[in-house]
Design a binder for this molecule. Structure first.
Ligand code: AMP
Ligand code: MN
Ligand code: MN
Ligand code: MN
Length: 287
């Protein structure tokens, strides 16, 4: 059987970032859904790694360390997933801490902006939803606005309040692309461009992202993700081959009933690709 036929889910979020389930509950859900190789990839944070790994290994589920770093590139927020790094690496920890640093101030500015359009108390409201006070994300604001009845679901909140040009959107400067890739690779991990179909780059900007990512030492791209359409699976499979990148697969699961794709519930990686888990075989932690 081809190496691409593996139920690997290498992208999801716990309550340590903007998911709603604890790392242990996510491990159990991944295992119940037939996941065969798992990574928890909280935004800008690795505080859930030991819990995720211990829970996974206790269930007999092989585990890779993971995170998803917020990066500013060409004026847009791009996400870089890191897999298989040493979770004790000091430079990676410092880089993630610096990246988290601006979130508190951004959250206050978002709340002020929402108050100006008649939605008071959003900072406190979002914080109520955040499992980690260092990691207040737009997702927590979205859940608060749904709770308040401002919108029917979180997608609607993003569309109407939290994306560029909308009243609750506050521009923010995240990590540099090269810094994020180096933090991951120098900690022994592999850097992966997360859900490239989400960025709505022009072909020129997208080419620049892939080229610069590779120049900094990045090696992989998500092809099959809960964020991609079927057409994007094909487009990014082609780009993985064109740029000689390894391919990854992950649901980007955040919460039951909220995420489009459940843990492990994705199509296989196309057989013509080289899966990132083959290159990471010696980084997998096994029961
Ligand atoms: P932040 O890192 O605080 O800017 O929040 C980004 C997070 O918001 C992403 O990781 C997703 O979980 C969520 N998100 C972004 N855009 C959308 C959208 N259009 N609909 C639903 N969730 C979104
Ligand atoms: Mn998220
Ligand atoms: Mn992302
Ligand atoms: Mn994600």
């Amino acid at each position: 059987m081809s190496a691409t036929v593996l139920n690997a889910d290498l992208h999801c979020h716990s309550s340590v970032s903007d998911g709603t389930l604890a790392p242990e509950a996510l491990a159990a859900r991944a295992h119940a859904n037939g996941v065969e190789l798992w990574a928890l990839t909280d935004h800008d944070e690795i505080a859930g790694q030991a819990r995720a790994r211990d829970a996974a290994l206790a269930l007999g589920l092989p585990y890779l360390t993971g995170t998803e770093i917020s990066v500013s590139f060409a004026g847009i927020t791009v996400h870089i997933v890191g897999l298989g790094f040493d979770a004790q690496d000091a430079q990676l920890a410092a880089g993630l801490q610096a990246t988290r640093g601006g979130r508190g101030q951004r959250a206050r500015e978002m709340a002020e902006a929402l108050a100006r359009v008649g939605i008071p108390g959003a900072y406190e409201g979002a914080l109520q939803h955040a499992g980690n006070p260092e990691l207040v994300a737009r997702t927590h604001f979205a859940r608060f606005l749904v709770e308040r009845g401002v919108c029917g679901n979180t997608n609607e909140v993003f569309r109407n309040y939290l994306t560029e040009g909308k009243p609750g959107y506050v521009p923010h400067r995240w990590a540099g692309l090269g810094d994020a890739v180096r933090w991951i690779t120098q900690a022994g991990g592999t850097a992966v461009i997360a859900h490239p179909g989400r960025y709505k780059f022009t072909p020129t900007e997208e080419y620049a992202l892939f080229t610069e990512f590779i120049a900094h030492g990045g090696r992989a791209v998500e092809v099959v993700t809960g964020s991609h359409t079927t057409a994007e699976y094909v487009k990014y499979a082609d780009m993985a081959q064109e740029f000689d990148l390894l391919a990854s697969r992950g649901s980007d699961f955040h919460a039951p009933g909220e995420s489009r794709t459940d843990l492990g519930a994705l199509p296989w990686l196309p057989g013509r690709l080289s899966p990132v888990w083959e290159a990471l075989a010696d980084r997998v932690q096994r029961p």
